[in-house]
Each structure stands twice: as C-alpha cells, then as structure tokens.
Design a protein around this ligand. Structure first.
Ligand code: NAD
Length: 475
C-alpha cells in the first residue's frame, strides 16, 4: 500500500497510449444503449463494494477517516448516484422533441443528448473516492470515455481506486492515471472534450486556462468560504447540532463545511454553549481519543491551519473552545474562535479544517453586506424561523447552494444541482445536472415537408418586404 506516486516519466507513455486508444474507441462506446451502459455501472458497483474494506483501510491511512464516514460520505454517494441513473437514464437518453414556430412549418426538431467524447476527471483528496467515482458514473452513463486523475495527496485511496478501475473497465473506456502536478499538466495538454475538475479555486483557474487551449468545456467544482447565519429566533440546539456535525466531520476538510458563523448578538452565548455541548457529545472532551475524529491530511496542511490559528491569536482573536494542536499526530482539536479581526487569514482564506470563527451581528443586513463583499460562496447556510429573514437573505446574496436550517446535507439530494458560482465553481454535479455537463444537446432540425422560407430567397422585392413586416409584427 505504500508505493510511491508514479512519476511523469512513467506515466507519459501511458497517457499517450490510453488517450489514443480512447480517441479511437469513442464512437463505438457511444453506440452503447442505456441497458449496456447501466450493465457497466452494475459491474463497477460490484467491484467497488468488493473493495469496501480495502477502501476503508486506505482512508484510515490517508487521514484517519472513520469507516462509518467512508460508508456514508464516500460509497453511499456513488451507489445512490448509480441508482438514480438506473431509474432515469433510459428517459434522459431519449431524443427530446422540440417545438416548431409558425415560420418553420414543414419541419420537425428534436434534441439529441450526445456524449461529449473524451472526458478528464480530476479530483481532490478530501473525499477522494466519492469525488472521483460519482462524476465518473455520470460520464459513463452519458456515453463518454473517461480518464481519471485522483489526488496524489490521498495516495492510498488513489492506489485502491486504480485497482477497482482496472478490474471494472477496459482501458479504452475508463482508465485511472495516478500522479502529481506534472502528470496533471501532461494530461491537460491533451485535447479532451470536457474537463470535470474538483479542487481549489486557484488550481481551478489553471484548469480553465489549460482547457481554453483546446476549447474544452469545463465543470469546475471549487472551494471558498461557506458562511452560516444563525438568526435570533433560530432553534439553537438544533442549529448547534447540525453545524457541529457539518464542521467537524472529516475535521472540517469539506468544501461545504460551515467556514464561519454569524450569530445574532442576543443569542451568541447561548449558541456557543450549545455548540460546545454538541461537540463534546460527538467527540468527548478529548477528541484525540475518539476514533470518529479524523486527522489533517498532511504535515503541510496541518502547518497551514496551525499558523492561521496562531496568527489570529496574535491579532487579538480569542480561542473560546479547543485550540490544542499536536503536529506529530496532525491533530487539531475542534476549535471555536471569537473576535477574529477581518484582516486575519481565518477570515480571508477558505479554512478547510476544524477551526470555526464565530462573529456577531445585530441586524440581518450586516452579514448580508459582509457576504456580498467576498466571492460567491459554494454554500450559504441560514438558521432561522423568520421566513422574511430567510427570503431576504436568499434574495440579497448569491451562492452556489443554500441549506435552510441544516448544513451540508443538501449534497445528498441528487435531484438538486450541486455546484458553485464564479469563484466557487462553474457548472453542476449530480444526477440530471451531471448528465447535462457530460453531454452536448445537439439540435437536430429535420425539413420533412416543403419549407415556406424557400420563398424568401433573393432578389428581395416588395412582396418579400411585406412578409418581413408581417414577421416582425406577428411572429
Ligand atoms: P487542489 O486544487 O490542490 O487539487 C485538486 C487536483 O488538482 C488534484 O488532483 C491535484 O493533483 C491537481 N492539481 C494540483 N495543482 C495542480 C496544477 N498546478 N495543475 C494541474 N493540476 C493540479 O485541491 P485539494 O487540496 O486536493 O482539495 C481541496 C480543495 O478542493 C478545497 O478548496 C475544497 O473546497 C475543494 N473542493 C471542492 C469540492 C466541490 O465539490 N466544490 C469538493 C471537494 C473539495
């Protein structure tokens, strides 16, 4: 399990060979019916579940993720996605009839959802299995050849995924290529038809620049800060329970984890004490002893978080709860920080760890103004019983997704689009929305009967001008 990440030198000939193979095979693959595509997904699911224990071990080695979280936040997401395609793919693949305007009488039109062709899926380390295989399921269902490039940071998970892919697919349909940034760059030089990238906003910009060289379309599932508002009338115990769950699962290494909380000044103390209660009921007073509490993925990621915390302290922030860190174990206690000044890194960078700044407000337009100043969040959470406040926040802010009176669980509703907006992402994942990302809606216009427009060819005399007048007025 400890094999090093393969170098560019090793992977370059493989990249060239597999890309060419997939390029040659793409039309044959696209001819597969919905039944045949689903049969491939069934086989993949069987192989995936056969590796269930090995995946859990790999994720324990990568960052101490608890086996229960592996089941519920990695494997379930994939099996649920496959289930949705089983239910709907036949319907989605059918040509969709389009209407005919009066001036085109004599024709029929429809939309064909054709595969984009060759797809590159690049994934991050924080939910390595889920974020590699869930988009792959959609890409296969849509009829594409796929190359997967998982993160080099979660290398144990990547190694197991490589075995799963090799068992479930032929290389000419789906292949997984492990490697570091150089390997990623070599892949990006290939003229893929679509790139589905999940990762940081900074790298997302590089992916888009690389895609522009071949005018590949992109789906960018990026990160950013996900603010959470706790209104004065909110059910504080429930809010604290749900925020604690979404913030400290995977130790906050989650793109839609609440990044910071705005709580109404009147209920701040009550909320803080509920939050501490909820943290301790999940992880006890010594989270390092609780197996459900994961670790930071690497020493470098640990250092970044530790430095953010120290810097905030120096700038006058108060550690209200937690704050203990242990470099050897890459452990950071669930930590609540108050009075964080706006210039602190904690308020500028995506935190992506178990540190939660708590800010206060008096009027609902204060958090709204703060959110508007920053990049559009991937997720914005509202805890409130005041429907007017909820409507106001929804109308006066922009975000990729929003959950009301809960956090992060909206990811599980595959009937909803999942994605960001501008800096937090472009395009959407899940179910039908993923299917759209991986297909091109090809317009097919069929001139079945004589066309009235034939009469409008040059030279354009008076009669034709009359027709133009009628068109402008009535059609
Ligand atoms: P990352 O951007 O560092 O890496 C993601 C992928 O890009 C990896 O496969 C990596 O090998 C590759 N990569 C890194 N640098 C590259 C470069 N210069 N050129 C080409 N490829 C490169 O992200 P990460 O640290 O693995 O993941 C954490 C980030 O991902 C956070 O910002 C988080 O919010 C975001 N994220 C977003 C979602 C979402 O669904 N929107 C989900 C999970 C994580």
């Amino acid at each position: 399990m400890n094999s090093p990440v393969p170098s560019l030198q090793v992977q370059k000939p493989r990249i060239d060979r597999i890309f060419q193979m997939q390029f040659d095979f793409q039309y044959e693959l696209a001819r597969r019916t919905a039944r045949e595509r689903l049969a491939r997904l069934d086989r993949f699911e069987q192989v995936l579940l056969r590796y269930r224990e090995e995946i859990k071990e790999a994720m324990r080695l990568d960052f101490g993720k608890h086996p229960f979280e592996v089941d519920m936040t990695e494997l379930f997401v994939i099996t649920h996605e496959i289930r949705q395609y089983r239910r709907s793919l036949r319907r989605w693949l059918k040509p969709q009839p389009a209407g005919t305007p009066l001036h085109l009488l004599g024709s029929r039109s429809h939309i064909l959802y054709e595969p984009k062709g060759l797809v590159l899926i690049m994934s991050p380390w924080n939910f390595p299995i889920n974020l590699t295989f869930a988009p792959m399921v959609s890409a296969i269902a849509a009829g594409n050849c796929v190359i997967l490039k998982p993160s080099e940071v979660s290398r144990h998970s990547s190694a197991v995924m490589e075995k799963i892919v090799a068992e479930a697919f032929e290389e000419r349909e789906v292949a997984l290529i492990q490697g570091d940034v150089q390997v990623a760059q070599a892949l990006l030089e290939k003229p893929f038809n679509h790139i589905f990238f999940t990762g940081s906003t900074e790298v997302g910009k590089k992916i888009m620049a690389a895609a522009s060289q071949h005018l590949a379309s992109v789906t960018l599932e990026l990160g950013g800060k996900s603010p959470t508002i706790v209104d004065a009338g909110a059910n504080l115990r429930q809010a604290a329970r749900r925020i604690a769950m979404a913030k400290f699962a995977n130790v906050g290494q989650m793109c839609i984890s609440p990044d910071h909380v705005f709580v109404h000044r009147r209920v701040k103390d009550a909320f803080l004490s509920e939050l501490v209660g909820q943290i301790e009921s999940c992880y006890g007073k010594q989270a390092e002893l609780e197996p459900s509490y994961a670790r930071i993925v690497s020493p470098a990621h640990f250092r970044r978080l530790d430095e953010l915390l120290q810097e905030a302290r120096k700038l006058g922030a108060k550690i209200t709860y937690g704050g203990r860190t242990e470099a050897g174990q890459k452990f950071i206690e669930p930590t609540l920080v108050t009075e964080v000044p706006p210039q602190a890194g904690l308020m500028k960078e995506e935190i992506f760890g178990p540190i939660l700044p708590i800010l206060t407000f008096d009027r609902i337009d204060e958090p709204i103004a703060f959110i508007r100043q920053g990049a559009k969040p991937l997720a914005l959470y509202i805890y409130s019983r005041n429907r007017r406040h909820i409507r106001t926040i929804l109308a006066e802010t922009r975000a990729g997704t929003t959950a009301v009176n809960n956090s992060a669980v909206h990811f599980y509703n595959t009937q909803l689009p999942f994605g960001g907006s501008n800096a937090s992402g472009i395009g959407n994942a899940h179910g039908l929305f993923s299917f759209f990302e991986f297909t091109n809606p090809r317009a097919v216009y069929d001139q079945k009967w004589p066309s009235g427009l034939d009469l409008l060819r040059a030279p354009y005399g008076k009669w034709r001008q009359k027709m133009a007048d009628i068109a402008l007025r009535w059609l």
